[in-house]
Design a protein around this ligand. Structure first.
Ligand code: NAP
Length: 307
C-alpha cells in the first residue's frame, strides 16, 4: 500500500466476544446525561437521537451524576425513567454500565460491594440485565480472583451478560481475564487525538490479541478538540481540519474517524448531549484516512517526529 492509499473502512458492527450481541462501532455515552437539570423527556430525545443515528451501543456508569441531586447513580436513574416511559427502547439498545467506584471511598471491588453495586444499577436502570458490565477503575485491594468470582456469579444469575474493564493496565487486564477464563470482551481506556498513550503502550495490541473491543472514552479530549487550549491542541486540530475540510466533515467527526481507522477497531464513545451533534457523529463512516494523513495527526500529538 502506498502512503496515499486509504486505510480500510471501519466495520459498521462488531460482536461482543462470543455472546452474539452486536454493537454499532460508534457508541453514545451518558456521563453528562444528568447534568443541567435534564428531564426524562429531554433525556429520551437524546436516546432517540443516538438510536436513530444507528448507535445501539449506549454507555453509562453508576457513578455518573454522583454530584447531582441523588448523590449517586443519577445518570442511570434518568435512563431508567426513560425506559419506564418507553420500555420498547430497551430492546433497541446494547446497554453498557460500570461499577466499582464508590465515593467517598475511591475504589471498591470487594465481593460484597460489587455484587450490591450490580443489583443497585439494575434497579436504577429498571432493567433485568446489563449487556456489558465494566469494572470502572481497578481496585488495587481486590484480588482479581475474587472480582472474577463476583462477576461470574452475576453472569450466571443473568444480571449481566458480558464483561469489560476500564482504565486497567495491560497487566491488570491479563490478571482479571485469566481468572475469568478469558471472558473479557471489552476494555475502555481514554483515547483521542489528544490522548495517544495506548497507541504505543501495548494496550491496543493486547486488545487485538485477546479480541477485546476498545471503547474510547473522551474521544474529543472531553471537548478540548472543539475548544482548543494549548499550542499542541491547535497543531492536532490543524491536521484534523485538513482532512475534515477535504472530505466535507467537521473536525470532531474527523477525530472519531481517526480513532476508528485503527486496526483494533476502536469504538469512540460520543459524549455530546446535543441531538444534532450525536446525529452528526455517524458521518465518521464517510471519512477515509490515508496512512500519511493518519500519521500526521499522531505526529502532531506526539509533538515530535517519529523515530
Ligand atoms: P468527548 O466527546 O471527548 O467530549 C464531549 C464534550 O465535548 C461534551 O461536553 C460536548 O458538549 C463537548 N463538545 C463541544 N463541542 C462539541 C462538538 N462539536 N461535538 C461534540 N461534542 C462537543 O466525550 P466525554 O463526554 O468526555 O466522554 C464520552 C463518554 O466516555 C462518556 O459519556 C462516558 O460514557 C465515557 N467516559 C468514560 C470514562 C471512564 O473512566 N471509563 C471517563 C469519562 C468518560 P455538548 O454536550 O454541548 O455537545
Amino acid at each position: 500500500m502506498s502512503a496515499n492509499e486509504t486505510l480500510p473502512a471501519p466495520a459498521l458492527k462488531r460482536k461482543l466476544g462470543t455472546s452474539g450481541i452486536e454493537v454499532s462501532t460508534i457508541a453514545w455515552g451518558m456521563w453528562r446525561l444528568a447534568e443541567n437539570g435534564r428531564t426524562a423527556a429531554d433525556a429520551a430525545k437524546l436516546v432517540h437521537a443516538a438510536l436513530d443515528a444507528g448507535m445501539n451501543f449506549l454507555d453509562t456508569a453508576d457513578i455518573y451524576g454522583f454530584n447531582g441531586e441523588g448523590g449517586f447513580g443519577d445518570a442511570e436513574a434518568l435512563l431508567g425513567k426513560v425506559l419506564a416511559v418507553e420500555p420498547g427502547l430497551r430492546g433497541r439498545m446494547v446497554l453498557a454500565s460500570k461499577g466499582g467506584i464508590m465515593p467517598p471511598l475511591p475504589y471498591d471491588q470487594s465481593a460484597g460491594y460489587l455484587a450490591s453495586a450490580i443489583d443497585a444499577s439494575l434497579k436504577r436502570l429498571r432493567t433485568e440485565t446489563i449487556d456489558l458490565y465494566q469494572i470502572h477503575r481497578p481496585d488495587i485491594l481486590a484480588h482479581p480472583q475474587e472480582v472474577a468470582r463476583t462477576l461470574d456469579d452475576a453472569v450466571k444469575a443473568g444480571k449481566i451478560r458480558t464483561l469489560g474493564v476500564s482504565n486497567f493496565t495491560i497487566h491488570q487486564v491479563a490478571a482479571l481475564n485469566q481468572f475469568l477464563g478469558n471472558k473479557l470482551v471489552a476494555t475502555q481506556p481514554e483515547i483521542s487525538p489528544l490522548r495517544i498513550t495506548c497507541f504505543e503502550n501495548g494496550e491496543l495490541d493486547q486488545a487485538m490479541m485477546m479480541g477485546l473491543i476498545p471503547l474510547a472514552w473522551s474521544p474529543l479530549g472531553g471537548g478540548r478538540l472543539a475548544n482548543l487550549e494549548s499550542e499542541r491542541d491547535k497543531a492536532v486540530a490543524a491536521e484534523l481540519d485538513r482532512v475534515a475540510g477535504a472530505q466535507g466533515v467537521s473536525r470532531t467527526v474527523a477525530a472519531y474517524s481517526w480513532l476508528m481507522a485503527h486496526p483494533a477497531g476502536i469504538i469512540p464513545i460520543v459524549g455530546s448531549q446535543q441531538p444534532d451533534r450525536i446525529a452528526e457523529a455517524a458521518d465518521a463512516y464517510k471519512v477515509r484516512w490515508s496512512r500519511q494523513d493518519w500519521y500526521a495527526v499522531l505526529v502532531s500529538a506526539r509533538g515530535e517526529r517519529l523515530p
